[in-house]
Write a protein that binds this ligand. Structure first.
Ligand SMILES: [Zn+2]
Length: 391
């Protein structure tokens, strides 16, 4: 019992430092509710295995003995975070506190296609390069992969990733046999991971009811209710991109018609601006830039897309009553370009009570939400039992 309590206290301490950055011993005591001598003993234990260090805080001119500043050693343990998208595979080595120690990406043209085998080979190659650069004595404690698709969380089985043209791919087991290190590579939906990161260290810090809408090639959602990701029975919940918003709309990659994704995704922006491109994200950025310069077709595309963003956002706010709705991925930039139109349409459609309570914002972590979210997932087991994980 006493041992369990000590382990939980140690985990709480690490979690506060991981999420808030360096804190003094007295701040740690205040946040954890532990007394200062207990905090001191726990910090000593973390320091003895190289997980934390203490330093004198910057002088503040007050009298009395200053409380020592405690920081986690960002590079003592680390995880591999992977993001698979239609245009690129990115791998990062991320330490405690979300410190990105290195990242590598392999870009490709969308029409080249990305098979599961080539994705696994690319991830293995990039991961081995990054692992080779890790400092001696540091330790890999987890790995997680973000996929733009419907993923079974228990074993990382990808049922469908429409924008990768993947069906029924046992990605978790393919990667676990390929990567050295932790026994299991976790796989999750990219928007769920974006939500996790925005809650931990982005635009949704401190909120317990959050919707993160991730828009790249496809559109996905991570829905946080009472501080926990809404998973549904098997982890498939939150496919907001396939919410039916327009019965007369275009056919979607999921096979349905009139999905939100078909109205607000990158392809919709390009369709409205009458542009075609193989590098879709660069082309969307060009539309946004042309709209800023007053190009009529680009302006039309931004405004019309903004109206559909507002309509879908109103539905989500009416259903979930969030405190904040966050737009991330490439959709972040489209939202910012169209914000006045989005908000006007949203106010027209949303129920007043839920609408008044919801802030609608761009992702605080920019394009990094998903990769940092994969790092948070990969670190989750370590954070529950930090002392047990280090050799
Ligand atoms: Zn669809």
């Amino acid at each position: 019992m006493h041992e369990d309590l000590r382990r939980n206290n140690l985990a709480a301490l690490v979690r506060h430092l991981h999420l808030s950055g360096p804190l003094t011993r007295s701040e740690l005591a205040a946040r954890t509710g532990l007394n200062r001598s207990t905090v001191g003993a726990l910090v000593g234990e973390l320091a003895s295995v190289g997980l934390a260090r203490e330093s004198a805080p910057p002088p503040r001119g007050s009298t009395g003995r200053p409380s020592l500043l405690v920081s986690l050693a960002a590079d003592r343990v680390w995880v591999l975070a992977v993001e698979i998208g239609p245009d690129a595979v990115a791998v990062a080595r991320v330490g405690l506190g979300g410190a990105v120690h290195g990242s590598l990406a392999q870009r490709r043209a969308r029409d080249e296609g990305l098979t599961p085998a080539s994705a696994v080979a690319t991830i293995g190659r990039l991961a081995r390069k990054l692992m080779g650069r890790a400092p001696a004595g540091s330790q890999l404690v987890g790995a997680a992969v973000a996929v733009p698709g419907i993923v079974r969380r228990s074993d990382g089985f990808v049922h469908l990733a429409p924008n990768l043209l993947w069906h029924d791919v046992p990605l978790g087991s393919l990667l676990s046999s390929r990567l050295p290190g932790p026994p299991d590579v976790l796989v999750a939906n990219e928007a769920d991971l974006g939500a996790l990161a925005e809650c931990a260290r982005g635009a949704a810090v401190g909120f317990r009811h959050v919707i993160y809408v991730s828009g790249n090639a496809g559109v996905g959602g991570g829905i946080v209710v009472e501080g926990s990701l809404l998973a549904g029975r098997s982890g498939y919940a939150g496919e907001v991109g396939h919410m039916k918003v327009n019965p007369d709309g275009h056919r979607c990659r999921c096979g349905g018609r009139g999905c939100w994704e078909s109205e607000i995704g990158a392809v919709a922006v390009l369709r409205r601006a009458s542009r075609r491109a193989t590098d879709v994200q660069t082309a969307v950025a060009a539309v946004l830039s042309d709209a800023r310069l007053g190009d009529p077709a680009a302006l039309h595309a931004v405004r019309e897309t903004g109206r559909w963003i507002g309509r879908g956002a109103a539905n989500l706010i009416n259903i979930f009553n969030p405190e904040v709705l966050v737009f991330g991925g490439a959709l972040r930039e489209v939202f910012l370009a169209a914000e006045p139109v989005v908000m006007r349409e949203l106010r027209r459609q949303v129920l007043p009570q839920a609408g008044a309570e919801a802030a609608v914002v761009a992702a605080g972590l920019g394009a990094g939400s998903v990769l940092l979210g994969a790092a948070e997932l990969a670190l989750a087991d370590f954070l529950v039992s930090p002392r047990a994980a280090v050799a």
